[in-house]
Ligand binder design. Sequence first.
Ligand code: CP
Length: 337
Amino acid sequence: MNFTGAHILSIGQFQRQDVEQIFSVADRMEPYALRKRVTRVLEGAILGNMFFEASTRTRVSFGSAFNLLGGEVRETAGFESSALVKGESLQDTARVLSGFSDVICMRHPQEGSVADFASASRVPVMNGGDGSNEHPTQALLDLYTIGRELGAKGRTIDGLRIAMIGDLRHGRTVHSLSKLLSLYNNIQVMLISPKELALPENIIEQMRSAGATVTISDELNNSIANVDIAYSTRIQEERFTSKAEADVYRGKFRLNQAIYTQHCEPNTVIMHPLPRDSRSDANELDCDLDDNPNLAIFRQTDNGLLIRMALFALVLDVVDKVDEFSHEVQWYNSRQQ
Ligand code: CP
């Protein structure tokens, strides 16, 4: 695909070669993310970071990625601080904000809302999550992480065995990741969820049509025995009509060190898009895994910076100018000690 000026809305817009191009550019962003070098390539550019639903890492990661390329960030967080509460349409909001920004990132609780917004925007729009639908940049950073974790063991993404665990019905990260995995060969997917929270049938069908082997289970321990990646997800409480309805499923698929040791292969990589629900009645990914070297959750968040920098560089067409506008950092850098 031609990335220049493109919206990034759905995994469906990518071919495998596009994904590999993003990953290749992400690799080149590492000296900047690690603060070995500073680039000013986006000096003067403005990111409109529009989050109308709770977020910590996606919002700050998009903003930090843009800052690391030399650009500036303007933010709106929540409906209450925007004119949407006065009845302004997403389309009018897009027409206005695209006059102020060079690129816009947006999260919104309604499925399809970011695409609606993008249809009226004069600048590229990136989907930071639209309801239960998609979270494409999360899937890209997840697959980039999988590639790096497997690459360290001499493996490739082709042939991956992955378990996806938890609320697969509402979890937009697993929707996008499943679609992304459909671009790769010989993928084996184990879907572990309560029956009511199963991955939507159309996504399962898409993976099977692409040649993936998909197995479905509602039991954790014996289903994580033969996988390279155990990808846990949170019960998406905000998608249920009441907390009580979500509580029925909370804590059903806890993964802790004892279960890992007993049931997983020794080097199974543990992933989660975060936030993990660490409340005692959920504790879906126990803190006793924090010293496990195969816990990749904070490598995922670090890699998210690289992926989002790569997307900005591609969409704003500065990939080959990033190094030209760079210099070494002058300040104390704890990452390099
Ligand atoms: N993974 C993710 O989307 O996290 P936030 O909700 O904190 O952005």
